[in-house]
Design a protein around this ligand. Structure first.
Ligand SMILES: Nc1ncnc2c1ncn2[C@@H]1O[C@H](COP(=O)(O)OP(=O)(O)OP(=O)(O)O)[C@@H](O)[C@H]1O
Ligand SMILES: [Mg+2]
Length: 311
């Protein structure tokens, strides 16, 4: 399938704090917050939603095209992505800027406090689907908000079915912009928290979204995912990871697995289950693209939980 993955490309600076953030966020003392957490490890990882999603698709045998902007520090990342089977020819490298950077501390309970520096991502609006060539399925993942709005409009104008995946950008985007992406999407995907924000900001509940979209996928962490279709809901169980090493990129891996299901022409139940298996692998490793598996290994793990599958 000719898939285009849009979204942020970033470097992740991942730190771990051996204590608990909530012990330091004292109710009654939140009017002036000045906290510094002494972290005991730091890793620089390749990140960003778009490469993470594309990485899972490539592990599963697709050759997705990445459409995104990156900075002067992107060369080694591009080599890695190409080496992983991802087509980076649509990635625009912007001179004189850094690739977007995500600084994230995780505490011992898995809670996260993060900052995201936009960098080259601010140029994402300079790319467009009309110039990208033929595409059967696109995903619009967290990115420069104006670019997300523009991509959705382009996809609609060109008749490209798109998965609308605003994720953490729901915090930043206005109701009008979110609604613009949701209305006209082939599929909407978000986690349960984001679903509530979307509902508050746009006034659209799942039924209203389903007047336009074919499916609304709401992920629920270790509780799995609910896939809302017109007239019914499919509950998709999560797959227990052997260990939860790092939650970064778990949602992206789920999306990649889900999209591979679509590429296979599978029904939504199977798409969701493929997402659950892909997510479990991501949870077991630090960062969003340091795990690896063969298609056979993936199929065997899928079969353990959900029955046989041909990938
Ligand atoms: N602890 C877990 N155990 C097993 N599977 C999990 C766990 N957490 C997440 N998953 C899987 O990953 C999917 C997406 O997780 P979640 O709903 O937490 O996404 P998210 O909040 O968007 O994550 P992200 O931190 O990547 O943005 C879930 O539907 C589930 O399949
Ligand atoms: Mg997410």
């Amino acid at each position: 399938m000719r898939i285009i993955v849009t979204g942020s490309i970033a470097y992740d600076y991942l730190m771990s704090f051996p204590g608990s953030f909530s012990e330091h966020l004292l109710p009654g003392h939140l009017q002036r917050v000045s906290l510094s957490f002494l972290v005991d490890s730091m890793d620089k990882r390749r990140g960003g939603c778009a490469p993470n999603i594309a990485y899972t698709l490539a592990l599963l045998g697709e050759r997705p095209r990445l459409m995104a902007t990156a900075g002067q520090d992107f060369d080694e990342y591009r080599r890695f992505l190409e080496g992983s089977g991802i087509d980076t020819s649509l990635v625009k490298q912007v001179d004189g800027t850094f690739t977007a950077s995500f600084f994230c501390s995780t505490d011992r309970d898995g809670n996260q406090i993060a900052s995201f520096y936009t960098g080259a991502m601010a140029h994402a609006g300079e790319l467009d689907f009309a110039a990208a060539g033929p595409c059967d399925l696109a995903i619009i993942s967290p990115n420069d908000p104006a670019a997300m709005v523009a991509y959705a409009r382009e996809c609609r104008a060109l008749g490209i079915p798109y998965i609308y995946d605003p994720s953490q950008q729901v915090a930043r985007m206005g109701g009008g912009d979110i609604r613009d992406g949701v209305v006209g999407a082939h599929i909407v995907v978000c986690n349960d928290y984001e679903f509530e924000i979307i509902r508050e900001k746009t006034g659209l509940d799942a039924d209203a979204m389903l007047e336009h979209a074919e499916a609304v996928v709401v992920t629920r962490g270790e509780k799995g995912a609910a896939i809302r279709l017109r007239g019914r809901t499919i509950d998709v169980p999560a797959v227990a990871p052997s260990a939860v090493v790092d939650p970064t990129g778990v949602g992206d891996a789920f999306r990649g697995g889900f999209m591979k299901g679509i590429a296979l022409g599978a029904d939504y139940q199977v798409c969701g289950q493929m997402g659950s298996v892909a997510a479990a692998y991501a949870l077991e490793h630090l960062g969003g693209s340091s795990h690896t598996y063969t298609r056979d290994e993936f199929a065997a793990r899928y079969e353990q939980h959900f029955g046989p599958i041909a990938i």
